[in-house]
Ligand binder design. Structure first.
Ligand code: PEP
Ligand code: MN
Length: 353
């Protein structure tokens, strides 16, 4: 295969060369040969949708590399997330989902049950969530459960129920795809596809959602570092899908008073580094209904672009995650508080240097 030459022993990968989108096999070969002429080893590491060459050896200068025919960008290999990072401090990706903008000034509220269960109940809940100020309806139909004996979701039938409830309430829907086959179905019915925490490093799935027309709601794996999280987003972006939403949903720690530990400190860090919208899911992070509102408000105060909250009409009977689901009345109160909090946050601006 083009450019997969012998490695220079002991020589580190120094740079990634991103080639122009229209570059051909010939451009790539000419470039690899120009690199070889000066003792550098280039390897083609990606060809679709854009070519990327990994460079070993010490180049004359970055400017020299940048000037070679066909080269679009040169990125030091130790900062491999190239597409998810900001080029300028104010760069921000906004994502239009029907008539709502994610990543804009208004915080986005995604709400709904952990899993789609019943047609009439979901239709009634969706109307109430819309009235309370939710912007998107969530509901799992393909569930990546830790135990094979737990409810796995209603599958295609659930997608039909979810889509109908969303349509009737005027809410776009977000639901999880757990593999390539379920993604085909999700694409038929949903406006946003979720990649769950357990699949954050399922690279085949990330590549497939990267080729989807749907925005991707990407949850942080519960042992993933910030770098691994951004690299997962990079898989999607690199395939040509620019619409990725990052969601912190709690990580594993020694702390055992809550289901996971909400790592709120990642919110300002991601906002500083990446142009992608940043969300927080306080439901899965805490696993406790009584903690959800406090953590959701803390997330907005910390600069999140939105929250995803589980809501169920009678949580104690829920098939899944009832203990962390709010009742509709509690959700209405929270949605009001989020709006007030966002007004204070954005109205006063950054006062601390
Ligand atoms: C969910 O959103 O219902 C879910 C399973 O989330 P996570 O992947 O964050 O556990
Ligand atoms: Mn859940």
């Amino acid at each position: 295969m083009a450019g997969r030459g012998p490695r220079i022993p002991g020589c580190e990968v120094r740079m990634l060369l991103f080639l122009q989108p229209d570059s051909t096999e010939q451009t790539c070969e000419a470039l690899l040969s120009a690199l070889r002429d000066v003792g550098l080893d280039g390897q083609t590491v990606a060809e679709q949708p854009r070519r990327v060459i990994r460079l070993r050896g010490i180049p004359r200068s970055v400017e020299w590399l940048q000037g070679l025919p066909g080269v679009l960008h040169v990125v030091p290999a130790e900062r491999p997330f190239h597409l998810s990072l900001k080029d300028t401090p104010t760069q921000k990706t906004t994502i239009r989902v029907t008539d709502h903008t994610i990543g804009g000034p208004e915080p986005t509220i995604i709400a709904g049950p952990c899993a789609v269960e019943d047609t009439d109940e979901l239709a009634t809940l969706a109307l109430s969530l819309k009235r309370s100020g939710a912007h998107l309806l969530r509901g799992g139909v393909y569930k990546a459960r830790s135990s094979p004996y737990d409810f796995q979701g209603l599958g295609r039938n659930g997608l039909e129920i979810l889509a109908a409830a969303g349509r009737a309430a005027g809410l776009p829907v977000v639901t999880e795809a757990i593999d390539e086959r379920s993604l085909d179905e999700v694409e038929e019915f949903a406006q946003v596809v979720q990649v769950g925490a357990r699949n954050m490093q399922n690279y085949a799935l990330l590549k497939r959602v990267g080729a989807s027309r749907l925005p991707v709601f990407l949850k942080r794996g519960f042992t993933a570092t910030l770098e691994e999280f951004l690299l997962a987003a990079e898989y999607v972006l690199e395939q040509g899908n620019p619409n990725v939403i990052l969601c912190e949903r709690g990580v594993r720690t020694f702390s055992d008073h809550s289901r996971f530990t909400l790592d709120l400190s990642i919110v300002p860090r991601l906002q500083e580094l990446s142009h992608l919208p940043v969300f927080v899911d306080p439901s899965h992070a805490s696993g406790r209904r009584r903690s959800v509102a406090a953590l959701a408000k803390a997330a907005i105060a910390a600069g999140a672009d939105g929250v995803m909250v589980e809501v169920h009409p009678h949580p104690d009977d829920a098939m899944c995650d009832g203990r962390q689901s709010l009742e509709p009345a509690a959700f209405e109160l929270l949605a009001n508080q989020i709006r007030l909090l966002a007004a204070v946050r954005d109205g006063q601006g950054e006062t601390v240097p």
